[in-house]
Every structure is written in structure tokens, then in C-alpha cells.
Design a protein around this ligand. Sequence first.
Ligand code: TYM
Length: 328
Amino acid sequence: MDKKTVFSGIQASGSLHLGNFLGAIRNWVTMQNEFNNYFCVVDLHTITVPQDPGTLREKTREVAGLLFAAGIIEENSVVFVQSHVKAHSELAWILNCITPMGWLHRMTQFKEKSSKQKEEVSVGLFDYPVLQAADILLYDTHLVPVGEDQKQHVELCRDIAQRFNYLYGETFVLPDAFIPPVGGRVMGLSNPEKKMSKSEEKKEDSIFLLDTPDQIRKKLKKATTDSLKDIRFDENRPGVNNLLTVYQLLTEKNREEIESHFEGKNYKELKEELAETVIESLRPLQENYHELAGEEGYLDQMLSRGAEIAGEKAESKINQVWEQLGLR
Ligand code: TYM
């Protein structure tokens, strides 16, 4: 039986964090045997807000390296950089021409990101979800494993695909988002009302995948909790709830077990135990990453192979699109 196709993307806008890992990457790794997979470092999405060229180049490689270090393997998955496959930009333009502006005005992520930037907001940032739709649709994707914040973008992608199919004939597979039941929204450590993010301004809010044990201990020590005492899962206590959820995701214990394990213990003990759990969970990934970084040429070789395989698939789809539109 033919395997279904998975596509997902990740930006190179900063350092990857525990939210990216638990909400997305970890699931990509565990799901990869069952599917044909494409994992893309979306550098064209990254430049929708200003980037330093040198840092972008460096972060693009770091993100790709971390995917392999986390356990993505070439036997099952194609890892590539978005700008290496030109069909992404080409299809984005075409989809721009059939996507009503009103659909993009509804995107909550645009509203959030643009409110922070005010006058400097680029057309690219507004158009971001259309490029994301192009990414997904080029590969006849069935499933898009993402964190909760990307759900609306995947739904929009489905709408765009449906509209194209209606206007020009069956062309695109309609994709579904896959969001993990737990871990789809890991919250910030200092502000647990907001999701953990790559943002450089709030470094203490995120545990980065390449943080040292001491950095992890320090950040968790300072994590916001509340003035209560008992350690329980409770959505009305976002700080403690988030720490416990991360603990749950990393230990794979169930909630009752975890609550009884922490019964009678205090927040300091919870934070210390969680810190050691995070450190041990990230250790193999960090070791793999540093080993891989030392293997000269490995990453370039993997990314050029990725661009070749993805490029072939994307090229055949864009040719079909041109035909349907009357551009060929
Ligand atoms: P990005 O780079 O912001 O995040 C990569 C993945 O990590 C998930 N994620 C989280 N999950 C749980 N808790 C969090 N705090 C958290 N923060 C991030 C994201 O949901 C995502 O799955 N627009 C996308 C990239 C993209 C893409 C695509 C994704 C471009 N094209 C096509 C899927 C398909 C983004 O900015 O992800």
C-alpha cells in the first residue's frame, strides 16, 4: 500500500525550543516510519521579518542539523531548505492570485505579529500563510503535523486548495493538520499565559534545545508559578500546569501518577526534578548535534540531496498547475 505524505515546516528565525520539540519535531520523528515525509526549513518565511544575513545562514543550518540530531532519518524523510526549491515561490504567486485578501485578514498570527511591528509590517508577513499553503500543496500532502498555533494556517491552506480545485479542476490534495493531544501549546516559563517562542527578547521564557544544563536549571528555577502549594494539573494555574505538562510529555507518565509523585513536595522540588528531566531528555539530541556538526560536509550533502528529491516532486506539481491555468 502506498504511504501517505506528511509535510511540515519550521522557521530559522531563532533558536529552537522545547515547544518546537514537543509540539512538532518529536512527533515528526515518531511518525516518520508510517509516511513519506518532507521536512522543510522555511527560510523564505523567516525573511518576512528583517533578518541579519549571516545569522539567517547560520540558523538555517542549525535548524536542519537539529532535525537530524532529533532522529529524522534519510531512509524515511526528506529534509530541505525552502529557498532551494524554487517552485515554492512560484506556486505562492499563483495562489496569491486566487486567495481573497479577507481570508488573510482573519489570520490571528498576522494580527499578533503585525501589532508588534506597526509601520514596518511587510506585504510578505501578510502573505505568509499563502506561501505556507504553497509549501504544503506542492507535495500532495495528506497530513501536516504542527503545534496548535498553526491550525488556522493549515485550515486556510485547505480552503485555498479547494478554491483552486473548483476554479481550475482537481489539482491539490486537501491536507489535514495533526496536532498532538498534549504538547500542542507549550507555554512560556516567565509568562505562562503566552506560548513559548523563539523570540530573542524573552530568552528566559524559553528552554532552547541547545541550552546548557546550567541554563536550563536557572530558567526553571525562575519559572513563574503561583501562591498556592499543591502540585496539580489545573488550567487555571497556568504556570504549574505548564511545568507539569512538560514533565508529563518527557516522562510519558500519566497525570495521576505525576500528581501522586509530587504530593507533599514543593515547587522548588518540582522545578529541580523537571530541570534534571529536561537535561536528560535533551542530552542525546545535543550529543548527536555536536557530533554531526563535526562531520564536515554531512549537512551540505543531506540538504542538497533533500533539495533534489523535493525539487523533483515540486517541479512536477508546478508543471501541472501551469497547464491547468493556461500558462503552458
Ligand atoms: P514555527 O517555526 O514557528 O514552529 C515550528 C513548529 O513548532 C510548533 N510550535 C509549538 N508547539 C507547541 N508549543 C509551542 N510553544 C510552539 N511554538 C511553535 C509550531 O506549531 C510548528 O509546528 N508557519 C510555520 C512554519 C511553516 C509550516 C509550513 C508548517 C511554514 N510552512 C508548512 C507546516 C506546514 C511556523 O512558523 O512554525
